[in-house]
Design a protein around this ligand. Structure first.
Ligand code: PGA
Length: 240
């Protein structure tokens, strides 16, 4: 795993944005895998600035988001669809038809997940996947468990994640209890992966990831199976 240590959140965001910009400049039809959460917001802001300065062009880029609550309406301000438009898509020149977020509004979640995998394959697979990480080592909504389902699927949220995400809702009881998420095999199919880790509360997760072993009790460790992963980590989140 390549490791880039950054002095703070600002530096981490700048490095991640530069890697994504380089990808998009080298292939203007790039397929990007994208996360939500507080970690990537700075990266999205920097990419939007570059786009508005005419330095990068998203008009032929396709994106696939990692996950979405289920069920949830897309116009709910806590949906990941809403988050992505608010923080990124509304600020760049991406075409709406090139944006993919698992649809938390559908009746048939199984069909949605199957079609999501098919859409990733039809786009030619993900060129560059950006990730965040949960304090418990989750990736997307792949939560620590004795078994993991490899492809896009519906899953229930752990108590830990519901509590961590409650800060965005009026109360923990308003957090949806299910989600649609790309599986670890969907994620590991990306050609390149960057994982952003910020803040001292992620130290344990960083440590587990850097141990180099693989366990479903810390889904992030499965990234050790991939040949091209770059960890972009703030100093306070770093722990060997
Ligand atoms: P955060 O969430 O970026 O808000 O810390 C990351 C995650 O839970 O995957």
């Amino acid at each position: 795993m390549n490791i880039i240590l950054c002095k703070d959140y600002e530096a981490m965001s700048a490095i991640a944005a530069d890697i994504i910009a380089k990808q998009v400049k080298s292939n203007k039809t790039s397929v990007l895998g994208l996360p939500t959460g507080s970690t990537p917001i700075g990266t999205y802001t920097k990419l939007a600035e570059m786009c508005n300065a005419g330095e990068i062009d998203f008009s032929s880029v396709k994106t696939f988001n990692l996950d979405e609550y289920y069920p949830i309406k897309r116009d709910n301000d806590q949906s990941y669809y809403y988050f992505m438009y608010k923080n990124f898509f509304s600020k760049i020149n991406i075409k709406p038809e090139n944006v993919h977020v698992p649809n938390g509004e559908v009746e048939d979640a199984e069909k949605e997940c199957k079609e999501y995998e098919e859409a990733i394959a039809a786009a030619g697979g993900i060129d560059l996947q950006m990730l965040g990480i949960g304090q418990n080592g989750h990736i997307g909504f792949n939560e620590p468990d004795s078994e993991l389902y490899p492809f896009t699927h519906k899953t229930s949220l752990t108590e830990n994640t519901i509590l961590a995400n409650a800060r965005f809702f009026e109360s923990a009881s308003d957090v949806p209890t299910n989600a649609l998420t790309m599986g670890m095999a969907s994620i590991l199919s990306a050609k390149k992966i960057i994982i952003l880790i910020n803040g001292a509360n992620k130290k344990e997760a960083t440590k587990a990831l850097l141990k180099g072993t693989v366990t479903t009790s810390c889904p992030a460790t499965l990234l050790n199976l991939h040949p091209d992963v770059t960890l972009i980590c703030t100093e306070d989140a770093y722990c060997e």
